[in-house]
Design a protein around this ligand. Structure first.
Ligand code: COA
Length: 256
């Protein structure tokens, strides 16, 4: 791994993540994150299966290391109507093809922090999302105590739109997450009175739906399923429907 003392003037370049990055990608994820990701996640990243990615490498390192990952971002495209933030976009139900880019993971190895690498990686994602005509926003979750990441997103003009209680389940302990959004291509949160009424009606409709669904479900069975869903989300974070369950069950969501 990288030794900070051996750093000369770095020459940072960005490229897609490739199959040859598999081992180091897994290693960095396990070093940086408190949750474990499934092997399938890494396979999908390196093979570009439904996941887009950017790697940061330092070309100033010796030959055998100058293509080695020192930072990365992974993301996937999701349909706005199936996402948990469909309600906060000024979303046109007639345009069912509207999409979002969801950032799955972002990391920079310690020796290369505070050089603007994560900011550049996020800019790559924003540029990519802006180039997709149907895309309305880039969004992500961040655990509530991750202050460096929260500062970074705020600095990059992401808006914190919700706090999701108990969103993460790590080693049996629940942690809240913030949901950050960056609007692109004219996507924005609804602000006209009519749009706000539409959003409230949609909330109420979803509320009724989930209440009637609960009446049909066995409570005990639901509880164990619920914990499992959250744990699974932490492990891979790629299944949109699982996340919908999580968001729907959270109380205390904040819209800003
Ligand atoms: C969060 C993280 C990706 C930032 O990477 P980075 O390359 O250092 O970020 P940048 O250099 O682009 O920093 C941009 C801003 O982030 C903030 N920041 C970054 N590291 C920070 C730290 N250690 N303490 C406080 N703020 C920090 C600062 O606001 C900084 O702005 P500045 O340039 O005005 O100081 C990196 O710390 C990391 O990999 N952390 C572990 C994994 C992680 O938490 N990923 C995010 C999960 S949502």
């Amino acid at each position: 791994m990288v030794n900070s003392k051996s750093l000369r003037q770095p020459i940072i370049c960005f490229r897609p993540i490739r199959p040859s990055d598999l081992e180091i990608l897994e290693q960095i994820h396990s070093d940086l994150f408190p949750i474990r990701y499934e092997a399938e996640f890494f396979e999908n990243v390196v093979n570009g299966r439904e996941i887009v990615s950017w790697a940061a490498v330092d070309r100033s390192r010796p030959n055998d290391e100058n293509d080695e990952l020192i930072g990365f971002v992974t993301a996937r495209i999701v349909l706005a109507k199936e996402s948990e933030i469909g309600d906060i976009l000024s979303y046109d139900p007639l345009k069912s093809d509207q999409t979002l880019v969801y950032i799955l993971t972002l990391g920079v190895v310690e020796a290369y922090r505070n050089l603007g690498i994560a900011s550049s990686l996020i800019r790559e994602v924003i540029k990519y999302a802006s180039g997709i005509q149907t895309c309305r926003a880039v969004y992500l979750h961040v655990i509530s105590y991750n202050n460096p990441a929260i500062r970074l997103y705020k600095k990059m003009s992401f808006k914190s739109v919700r706090r999701l209680q108990g969103f993460y389940l790590i080693n049996g302990q629940h942690y809240d997450s913030y949901l950050f959004v960056y609007y692109v291509n004219g996507g924005r949160s609804p602000c006209s009175p009519l749009e706000l009424i539409t959003v409230m009606l949609s909330y109420m409709r979803n509320g009724f739906k989930s209440m009637s669904a609960r009446l049909w479900r066995n409570d005990g069975r639901k509880l164990s399923k619920w914990s499992k869903c959250k744990e699974t989300h932490c492990l891979i974070s790629t299944n949109q429907s699982r996340r919908n369950i999580t968001a729907a069950e959270c109380t205390g969501c904040e819209c800003v």
